[in-house]
Design a protein around this ligand. Structure first.
Ligand SMILES: Cc1cc2nc3c(=O)[nH]c(=O)nc-3n(C[C@H](O)[C@H](O)[C@H](O)COP(=O)(O)OP(=O)(O)OC[C@H]3O[C@@H](n4cnc5c(N)ncnc54)[C@H](O)[C@@H]3O)c2cc1C
Length: 447
């Protein structure tokens, strides 16, 4: 039998393993800061990533360190926590161990919090991924940035008008917050950042097309704000196509079905912002514990975020199909957003401590503060929940609100300062400085 990592000494204190240092895992770990427990936090990356600003890295507005913080550094002052860099391959609930890729021994736990998040879903067409990368990790953002910037470069040296047009057609699939942000920012780059830098093309002639399969963008928002967002996108020069379903994507472009018509869009730069699926770890865990998953692969959890028959395992964040349980109200699903993950992280940690003290866990209750989405410079929509009813606004003040809210929630003072300075500079100059691209060898030749 393989010895467990800390087999040498008998455990003096309860061992808590947290898988994933996204919003959920980070909050859970912080909530255990002063507890008499030993926490091991495992992530396959060495950084906590602020995903809401990832599109800024993908569009060259911010550099990676501005929105990512090294996990080891974040927890340097939490002596009860050990950080491990590694990919969890599977969980063995019977042996109460977590298995890491390439590790000599599994990691034992008394309590486990699984916060491995979500990934892209291509609705069964994984072959589209190569032609239409999604945005989830820093590597994704670098790849999208590379494709955007190199498309303009390829257009500059393309003598054939038709092929040049294909390089200058940028298509974003999916009209959720990420798709809207990407499309709006792409329009800004084409109209404001790049003009004057090229000699053979006019970057402002680039077409930015946003394809949404449903009848409106930002479907989680009230209808009036969706319409406002569509108008703001149109003002920025984005060609928004609603009820437009993508049926094929390849290296030459996309095929779209809309209003009974089928047409193709030649494009060399497509961004996928249409589908989300839970981390594959969810299905493995569900199979091993007898829990169920929903259509997106999220693990269905009990009111206290644990799994049926396994009070020692909590699943939180984007990986959990969780409900909010307010007294005297019907349970409502918790949305896959960062406040949901953070609140679940704190709740799961608190329930573990309750159980260690011999008390039962409490049902999770989600405090919903509302929704924000930015569209581009000076444009955003805000839908806030307040005790007096919803507060909804759009345009410049919504954009300012969005901006300060995001800076406030960023991890680390330095990151806040850097982002504020970069944005202030970009606001006045229209410049986007994070435009370094490497690995150019094949660009414009094979794509
Ligand atoms: C582009 C984008 C924009 C977004 N914008 C917003 C927004 O504006 N507002 C908002 O509220 N929400 C936004 N969200 C959603 C929000 O980021 C998620 O709801 C939140 O990150 C979920 O937190 P989590 O802890 O469940 O997962 P994540 O934050 O995704 O963290 C999961 C962690 O688990 C690690 N991991 C995964 N699998 C393994 C494994 N097998 N082994 C080890 N580690 C693993 C990952 O490396 C990662 O660090 C956005 C998401 C994206 C992708």
């Amino acid at each position: 039998m393989t010895p467990a990592i800390d087999d040498r000494a008998p455990p003096a204190r309860p061992r808590i393993v947290i898988i994933g240092c996204g919003f959920g895992g980070l909050e859970a770990a912080r909530a255990l800061r002063t507890a008499a427990v030993d926490v091991t936090l495992v992530d396959r990356t060495n950084h906590h990533l602020f995903q809401p600003l990832l599109y800024q890295v993908a569009t060259a507005g911010l550099s990676a360190p501005a929105i990512a913080a090294p996990i080891r550094h974040l927890f340097r002052r939490q002596p009860n926590l050990t950080t491990l860099l590694g990919e969890v391959t599977h969980i063995d609930p019977a042996a109460r161990t977590v298995h890491l890729q390439g590790a000599a021994a599994p990691l034992p736990y008394d309590h486990l919090i699984v916060a491995a998040g979500a990934t892209h879903s291509y609705f069964g067409r994984d072959d589209w991924a190569e032609h239409a990368p999604g945005l989830k990790t820093l590597d994704d953002a670098f790849e999208i940035r590379r494709r955007i910037l190199l498309a303009f470069e390829a257009a500059e040296k393309e003598p054939d008008a038709q092929r040049r047009a294909a390089w200058l057609n940028f298509v974003v699939v999916g009209g959720g917050p990420t798709g809207v942000e990407m499309a709006g920012t792409l329009a800004e780059i084409a109209r404001h950042t790049l003009p004057g830098e090229f000699r053979h093309i006019d970057p402002a002639s680039a077409r930015i097309i946003l394809l949404e399969g449903g009848p409106r963008v930002l479907q989680a928002m009230p209808e009036a704000l969706s319409e406002r967002a569509r108008e703001q996108l149109a003002r920025l020069g984005v060609d928004v196509r609603l009820d437009a379903r993508v049926t094929a994507i390849d290296a030459a472009g996309l095929t779209v079905q809309a209003a009974g018509d089928t047409y193709t869009i030649p494009s060399r730069c497509v961004v996928w912002a249409a589908g989300v699926a839970a981390s594959p770890l969810g299905r493995q865990l569900a199979q091993a514990t007898g829990a169920t998953t929903d259509r997106a692969g999220r693990v269905v959890v009990q009111p206290d975020l644990t799994l049926p028959g396994h009070p020692e395992i909590s699943v939180i964040g984007d990986l959990a199909a969780a409900h909010s349980h307010a007294p005297a109200r019907q349970p409502v699903p918790v949305p896959g957003v960062s406040p949901g993950a953070k609140q679940m992280g704190r709740a799961a940690a608190a329930n573990i401590l309750r159980r260690l003290a011999g008390q039962p866990g409490q049902p999770f209750r989600y405090a919903d503060y509302g929704n924000l989405a930015t569209i581009g410079r000076n444009s955003a929509v805000v839908d806030l929940t307040s005790p007096l009813g919803p507060v909804r606004f759009s345009g410049y003040f919504a954009w300012l609100f969005w901006l300060f809210a995001h800076v406030y929630f960023l991890i680390g003072f330095r990151n806040r300062l850097v982002v504020l300075l970069d944005w202030a500079w970009a606001y006045w100059s229209f410049a986007r400085y994070a435009r370094v691209v490497t690995g150019i060898g094949n660009a414009g030749r094979d794509k």
